[in-house]
Every structure is written in C-alpha cells, then in structure tokens.
Design a protein around this ligand. Sequence first.
Ligand SMILES: C[S@@+](CC[C@H](N)C(=O)[O-])C[C@H]1O[C@@H](n2cnc3c(N)ncnc32)[C@H](O)[C@@H]1O
Length: 242
Amino acid sequence: MSLPMRFWIFVVNLLCLPLHLIKAVGLYEPYKRIFPMYVNRITMGYNKKMQDKKRELFRSLSEFNKHGGPLTILEIGCGSGANFEFYPAGCKVICTDPNPHFQKYLEKNIAKNEHISCDRFVVLSGEDMGSVEGESVDAVVCTLVLCSVTSIALTLREARRVLRPGGAFFFIEHVVADPSTWSYFFQHVLQPFWYYFGDGCEVTRETWKYVEAAGFSDLKLRHVEAPLIFIIKPHIIGYAVK
Ligand SMILES: C[S@@+](CC[C@H](N)C(=O)[O-])C[C@H]1O[C@@H](n2cnc3c(N)ncnc32)[C@H](O)[C@@H]1O
C-alpha cells in the first residue's frame, strides 16, 4: 500500500472517529432498523441495472433440480428479497438473514412474487446455519453478502454443507478493484466511512479467492464491471457446483 494511500486512510479514519465511538458504545444498533428500508430502495435501482446479468445467472437454477420435486433454494442474507423476481416458477425459498428487521420488506416481496413460495424466514448468520439440515437444498444464493460476513470461508463451508451433492452455490458480489486503478485507491480510502454506511460492508475484499478455495467441484466465475458507482463497480458473478 502506497504512502499517500495510508495517509488518506488515516485522515478518513480520523473523520470517522465519532462513528467508531458510536459503534464502540453500542449506539450503532438502531441503524440495523433503518438499514432494511434503505436496502429495499437501493436494490430496486440495482435490479434495474443488473437485471440482464441476474436473469442470465438465475436461468441456470432449474438445472440443479435433480429430484423432480420443487427446486429448493436457500438464500443467505436475503435482505428484502431482491432476487425473487428472477427465480423459476414453483421454487421453494428458505430465506435467511441475521437482521430480523428485514422481515417486513421480505413479506411484501413474497406477496409480489406469487410464482415462488417462501418455505420459512430464519434469523441466522451465514457462518452458522446449524438449524438448516445438511444436504437439504438444491441451490444456495448469496448476493451482495460476502462483503459483510465476518468470515467468508465459514459462510462458504456452511453453504457447501447444506447443499445436496450436485447442488450449486450462486453468487453476485462486488469485490476490490484492480490495484492499478483509482477505484482501488478510493475503495481503500473511503472504506472506513463505507463500513458504517453499508452496515459492515467492505469494498476491499478479494472474495473470488475464497470461492476458488472453497472446495467446489466445478466453478463458473466471471469478473465483470457492473453499471454502478465506482466503489462497487467490480463484481464477480457465477456459480459453483458441490
Ligand atoms: C447489501 S444487503 C444485500 C441483501 C440481498 N442479498 C440483496 O442482494 O439485495 C447485505 C445483506 O447481508 C446480510 N448480512 C450481513 N452479515 C451477514 C452474515 N454474517 N450472514 C448472512 N447475512 C449477512 C445483511 O443483513 C443484509 O441483508
């Protein structure tokens, strides 16, 4: 990391000192109530810009229904249910998220998407999905979540555990930019502020390295430039088969 970059990260950290203090004394928690409302709004715009990519990716979901019953999808960090409109008709979705305040928005999106059914909403983190039986789902979906989890490796291990053999892990995640770009510089400099704005979101993660190392048998992973603001422009999209 270059010296100017270290300097500016230090400056932004200083400016974020009140936010660091607010978190340290436990006063950041109320933001967890507001965050779902804000995610619900933002994802409408995100879906508009990413609809072609989402449609193309989720078209492959049906290939992983090998048993003739309804396709079972478990979504990690489902948020307000932004992916539902792209799921195949007749599928059953197990919705999970550690933030219970998403439920209100989730229910609205379930009602809007009559072509799918929600099996249940479980409040849990991706790192510990112990209440979900092993080898019980056809697909696991994770979009814009691996930037916020405490451990990507544990979350991917849990995703593999709940998947049936031959099932697939689907992902769309923003990642760190190429180190030779200004985006990389600004991602690192703005990270201390972005963390609070995005409820723990980190834009500097090399998430693809974890997906590559997670032990899936077959991995289809593409690096794409999403039509979004620079800080979340670099994305990885794809799926990995258990
Ligand atoms: C930016 S939102 C994305 C929501 C949704 N997946 C989407 O694509 O619109 C990030 C989501 O990750 C969830 N999240 C944060 N930490 C998590 C964790 N450790 N395990 C699972 N989900 C987590 C948040 O509660 C939030 O719903």
